[in-house]
Design a protein around this ligand. Structure first.
Ligand code: ADP
Ligand code: GLC
Length: 481
């Protein structure tokens, strides 16, 4: 049985700041279902140590990376039952709240050591020093947090473990001062533009890109986009050079978690009984204090409130939303200027705009179920998961044609309606007129309930489960041996 170790900083339902956690929770079980022997390696954040079942120590060592004592433990994930190794290093990880930043929102000053340790442990697991009973054939590292995995593996020239590095978001490059290399035990020979040096600093993301055997990212479109200066975040040249080893594999959805027959949202409906969705809408309007008498559709957003997600565009569009008689529900956290902008809009338009600043998993399901249209007007979007969830809930996604959004939503243009392909609304340019044009298009279709229902049914019938994508990852792993 081929052994695969997934290395990542977050995993649903234990620690989640975004889509990475959903993918790290759902891809490994999909691979296990295909007959691969899959395990996880995670940092010992409090919620991970508390949430894993049957934790038992594997090995204890230290000091390293500033921690006096480090214990590798093994347990099982509460939902999938997969084995997970966890790095119990209280000095580095025993901090409540967000895994990356302190209570004031500043990066922890020792993040370089906290995430280097993740890569270092993975490499030493490959060498058999830490868990001799289970040697991975492939180590699959996710995002910059695990970017040093292949660099540490390269420190042992005898080690042939294959590595796959997945870029979930190139905008987060894991950048640290150059002189930290000593603390990280990295050789000075790495500090070149061909190595992990990036604009006079060290980039963990670049380390993953340069040293892994294969690079993947989370949609075919983003795999093309990141080779260009517009989307490449300064790493496009590296990505062009490694072009033969870079592929886009679309993220999948765990439909056991994201499903309108949904205990989390408290109400349920399905493809054959969309009526239940109306009740979900009334319940959401009542929960948020929105008027149940609006003539236009209810738009929803569940998102980080950042410019990546186009939230400034949405804020600028609100006066036109009000004029068009539509409603908007926003659930999110992020940039403080955007948070206060949305708060202010809700205060001045309580019947039509509701804003909940915060992170609330259960509420996000109620938004999915209760809204008519789900907005994702991103400036860039590696894959995007909420539009995929929205499709399954019959909540028509309105997205910008970028990254994974353009790969997964089909615009309700007259041709696509006629050929029975449309599943949502897609606009091209990140401009207010383009966005508002698309909003008007959604409102017009909402005024035609028969066609709306047809598109809703088609959306709900889309299959973005892991089946195909997990098969693609498996072929990639097999090509490495
Ligand atoms: P990203 O990872 O770039 O933020 P994705 O669309 O891949 O974007 O994933 C976002 C995930 O985080 C989804 O599961 C979404 O429901 C969730 N999410 C984002 N903001 C919130 C929030 N404020 N409350 C609850 N869930 C949220
Ligand atoms: C990142 C991206 C998002 C993607 C997610 C999971 O956070 O911003 O587009 O869906 O990772 O791959």
């Amino acid at each position: 049985m081929m052994r695969i170790l997934h290395v990542a900083a977050e995993i649903y339902p234990l620690v989640k700041t975004g889509g990475l956690a959903d993918i790290v929770a759902s891809l490994p079980p999909a691979l296990a279902k295909r007959g691969l022997d899959v395990r996880l390696l995670l940092p010992g954040f409090p919620a991970i140590l508390e949430g894993l079942l049957g934790l038992a120590p594997v090995i204890r060592f230290g000091p390293a990376f500033g921690a006096a004592v480090i214990t590798i433990r093994i347990g099982r994930m509460p939902d999938s039952g997969l084995h997970a190794y966890v790095i119990d290093a209280p000095f580095l990880y025993q901090r409540e709240g967000n895994p990356y930043v302190d209570a004031k929102g500043h990066d922890w000053s020792d993040n370089h050591r906290r995430f280097a340790l993740l890569g270092w442990v993975a490499a030493h697991m490959a060498s058999g020093e830490l868990s001799p009973g289970w040697l991975p054939d492939v180590i699959h590292a996710h995002d910059w947090h695990a970017g040093l995995v292949p660099v540490y593996i390269a420190q042992n020239p005898g080690l042939k473990t294959a590595t796959v590095f997945t870029v979930h978001n190139l905008a987060f490059r894991g950048i640290f001062p150059m002189d930290y290399y000593v603390e990280l035990g990295l050789p000075a020979t790495e500090l070149t533009p061909q190595g992990i040096e990036f604009r006079g600093k060290i980039s963990f993301m670049k380390a993953g890109l340069v040293h892994s055997r294969k690079i993947t990212t989370v949609s075919p479109a983003y795999a093309r986009e990141i080779r260009t200066p517009e989307f490449g975040c300064g790493l496009d040249e590296v990505l062009r050079e490694r072009g033969d080893d870079l592929t886009g594999i679309l993220n999948g959805v765990d439909y056991a978690v994201w499903n309108p027959d949904d205990p989390v949202s408290g109400r349920s409906y399905n493809l054959n009984n969309i009526q239940g969705k109306k009740e979900c809408k009334l319940a959401l309007q009542s929960e948020l204090g929105l008027s149940p008498h609006a003539t236009g559709p209810l738009f929803a957003v569940v998102s980080r409130l950042t410019s990546q997600k186009g939230m400034d565009l949405l804020l600028a569009a609100l006066p036109d939303f009000i004029k068009a008689g539509v409603q908007l529900a926003v659930l999110g956290t992020g940039d403080s200027a955007l948070e206060s902008g949305f708060r202010h809009a809700a205060l001045t338009n309580p019947d039509s705009i509701a804003v909940h600043i915060g992170y609330d998993e259960a509420m996000s399901h109620r938004f999915m179920a209760g809204a008519d249209v789900f907005l994702v007007p991103s400036r860039f979007e590696p894959c995007g998961l909420t539009q995929l969830y929205a499709l399954r809930y019959g909540t028509l996604p309105l997205v910008r044609k970028v990254g994974g959004l353009g790969d997964t939503v089909i615009d309700a243009s007259p041709e696509n309606l006629k050929s029975e392909k449309a599943t949502g609304f897609v606009f091209d340019l990140a401009t207010l007129p383009a966005f508002l044009g698309c909003v008007r298009q959604a409102c017009a279709l909402y005024g035609d309930p028969t066609t709306w229902l047809q598109v809703q049914r088609r959306a709900m019938g889309q299959d973005f489960s892991w089946n195909d994508s997990a098969a693609n990852y498996e072929s990639l792993y097999r090509s490495l041996n």
